[in-house]
Write a new protein. Structure first.
Lengths: 14, 240
């Protein structure tokens, strides 16, 4: 099974 | 190109940067970064930095009112409630004016640093669009496997499997038809086919697309504009 992480987990909030 | 991925987004206007947009799609998987440099416009004036909150569906309705050969002027006051759009057909002396209500849009802005990349692939935009569309009919995931000799797009679905392999080549007469692979280390990543199909809606904006891939990191899909870019950052899927 594949998991789709959120793009937000890869970038820091400004 | 992006209105099927995001409905509301802030257009940041400044004299030095032109127009920039950062938006995340509703499912939080795709990050969109658009930059239209001031030099893209015949005339660009921004006395004070402005944020224009726009509903893209509404903007699209307004933009469709104009014909391709007409001049378009977009105007906003210092603290605007509306964006004015004026279309002018100078031959026919026809002027049409529209006003679009602006919105207050709360959006998280993310910091995007220059990433180290394992590999960079440049290929014709229409070629990538065809692969993304074709493979979506087979599977909801598309695996991209890059080695120094080739890039392989692989789909495994209920009805069967499919793959397209592209090898690097240089077309001297039509450079935009070339396929280029720059590789630091081989990479294999899986992406949601739905999002790839959202991305290829930008195909008409550029003859080529550049894809930057790094293990366990979001992929960058870049369509270069005459002066600026449209970039999509897509989070990869992982085995559970």
């Amino acid at each position: 099974d594949e998991k789709q992480p959120s793009i937000k987990t890869f970038f820091m909030p400004e | 190109s992006i209105k099927d991925s995001v409905k509301l987004c802030n257009f940041n206007c400044s004299q030095s940067q032109g127009i920039t947009v950062q938006a995340i799609d509703d499912s939080r998987v795709l990050l969109i970064a658009l930059k239209i440099d001031a030099g893209s416009f015949q005339e660009f004036r921004c006395d004070k930095d402005l944020v224009l909150g726009l509903d893209l569906e509404s903007l699209s309705k307004i933009l469709k009112q104009g014909n391709n050969e007409e001049y378009l002027t977009l105007m906003a006051e210092d603290s605007p409630d509306n964006l004015m759009a004026v279309f002018e057909d100078k031959k026919k002396d026809r002027i049409s004016e529209f006003s679009l209500k602006l919105m207050d849009i709360d959006s998280d802005v993310l910091t995007i640093d220059d990433m180290e990349t394992d590999c960079t692939i440049t290929l014709p935009a229409y070629e990538f669009a065809k692969i993304a569309k074709d493979m979506k009919t087979l599977s909801e995931s598309l695996k991209i496997v890059v080695t120094k000799d080739s890039v392989k797009f692989n789909a495994e679905g209920q009805i069967g499997t499919g793959s397209v392999i592209l090898k690097p080549h240089t077309d001297m007469d039509k450079p935009e038809e070339s396929v280029k692979i720059e590789l630091n280390s081989p990479v294999a990543l899986t992406f949601g086919a739905k999002y790839l199909n959202d991305i290829v809606k930008a195909t008409s904006l550029s003859s080529t697309v550049t894809i930057k891939l790094t293990d366990k990191s979001p992929a960058l899909f870049e369509y270069k504009l005459p002066s600026g870019y449209l970039r999509y950052y897509l989070a990869p899927k992982f085995d559970d």
